[in-house]
Ligand binder design. Structure first.
Ligand SMILES: Cc1ncc(COP(=O)(O)O)c(C=O)c1O
Length: 414
């Protein structure tokens, strides 16, 4: 009988790529459990950026000299890697942005302002990050469209039965959803939501900022229309992300920012736009960061998305198992097999910020707050949570240190 091995990663070995794990915080090695906010960077990504700056740097696209050609090749090479990573049908459909926030704003402004009006409905979810909630709320307000959110159920999963009621508000034109919730880790049925949207002639926008680093994301399999990702959440640098969009839609859309590479010709009478993807890349882009993004794609792909997903699931199972033993800890969100590597919790009688402060004294880095999901906090009936989030370099020993720190917080502050 053929035995297929489950993909597995060796987090202890991978940690050697990250110099930060040699750092001491308050005299202790750092237990970095804040990867949902931003991930640490391996030397492979840092080396690629340093090498680019030292040997190939110039501004892109405009120069005819050799260095500019090398710089352009590096920048466009980053795009090709991101396109491959997302299984985009064409590199031209991949637009570099400053991050997922700018990618989502691009769609809201450049598509939303010209395509929405009174009688239309914009649908988001209660799980949205502000970067996927507020642009649509704002553009719906500007255009007179209705704005609705798919609610969550008890376990923090989307309650799709509400779609029937939502649809009664008018013509659904857009459905915007995160693939993975940055607060609860919920993995949302974006493919199903996309089919529902398409059946109504609407478009589907996926915020994959928390998905692409942790599981395979394939824009063709998802059959969505736009998808946003961010480099800094997947071992890449800050200041760069990408929007993938369906070519027909991108071609029709007006530009978002004006100036620089997005221009084809300018006269007093008229200005025309460059072709895709440059039409949406105004000004000098984040060049070395695009190279770093490509290196991050190589690194994460080399480890393997399936192995990363599995590793994080094991860590979540382990964490939730430990926390279930503590009646004074409340956790939020679905069961481990239905979420990514994120655990939100609260300690009875202790403010989340105090919990995070005490954990910091123990060298454990977690986030406390609303995690840019205030509508979700309202639904959960809390002002804030403590969030521990994992990545390919996270190890069970860090979970043990988290749990020990929670005991200390309860004992000294609760
Ligand atoms: C689900 C989600 N969407 C969007 C963003 C914003 O991403 P960026 O920092 O690239 O703008 C984040 C970052 O926390 C996020 O978690």
């Amino acid at each position: 009988m053929a035995v297929t091995a489950e993909p597995k990663l060796d987090a202890h070995r991978l940690r050697r790529d990250f110099a930060v794990f040699d750092e001491l915080v308050n005299g202790k090695p750092v237990a970095f459990l804040d990867s949902a906010a931003s991930t640490q960077k391996p030397r492979q990504v840092l080396d690629a950026m340093r090498d680019f700056y030292e040997h190939s740097y110039a501004n892109v696209h405009r120069g005819v000299y050799r260095l500019a050609e090398r710089a352009t090749a590096g920048y466009e090479g980053g795009r090709a890697k991101v396109a491959g990573f997302l299984n985009a049908p064409s590199e031209r459909e991949v637009i570099f942005t400053r991050g997922a926030t700018e990618a989502l704003n691009l769609v809201a402004y450049a598509w939303g302002l010209d395509n929405l009006g009174p009688g239309d409905v914009v649908v988001v979810t209660d799980l949205e990050h502000h970067s996927s909630f507020v642009p649509w709320q704002y553009v719906a307000g500007r255009t007179g469209a209705a704005f609705r959110a798919i609610p969550i159920d008890e376990s923090g999963e989307l309650d799709l039965s509400a779609l029937e009621e939502i649809e009664r508000a008018g013509r659904v034109k857009i459905l915007a959803s995160n693939y993975v919730s940055n607060t609860l880790g919920t993995v949302n049925p974006v493919q199903q939501l996309g089919s529902w949207a398409h059946e109504r002639g609407a478009i589907m926008v996926v915020d994959a900022a928390q998905a692409a680093p942790h599981r395979q994301v394939d824009v063709q399999a998802l059959d969505c229309d736009f998808l946003a990702v961010s480099a800094h959440k997947m071992c890449g640098p800050t200041g760069v992300g990408a929007l993938w969009g369906r070519r027909e839609l991108l071609e029709e859309m007006a530009p978002f920012n004006l100036g620089g590479e997005m221009i084809r010709s300018v006269s007093m009478e008229r200005t025309t736009w460059n072709e895709l993807p440059y039409k949406f890349e105004a000004g000098t882009p984040a060049i070395a960061e695009a190279v770093g993004f490509g290196a991050a794609v190589d690194y994460v792909s080399g480890v393997g998305l399936e192995a990363i997903e599995r590793h994080e699931r094991e860590l979540v199972e382990y964490t939730l198992g430990q926390l279930a033993e503590l009646p004074w800890v409340e956790t939020y969100g679905p069961s481990p097999e239905r979420r990514a590597g994120i655990v939100s919790l609260n300690v009875e009688g202790v403010h989340p910020h105090d919990v995070a402060q005490l954990l910091d004294w123990e060298g454990v880095a977690v986030r406390a707050g609303h995690h840019c999901t205030q509508p979700l906090m309202t639904k959960l009936g809390v002002a804030a949570t403590v969030r521990a989030s994992f990545y390919l370099y996270s190890v069970p020993g860090e979970v043990d240190r988290l749990v020990a720190g929670l005991h200390k917080a309860k004992k000294s502050l609760g």
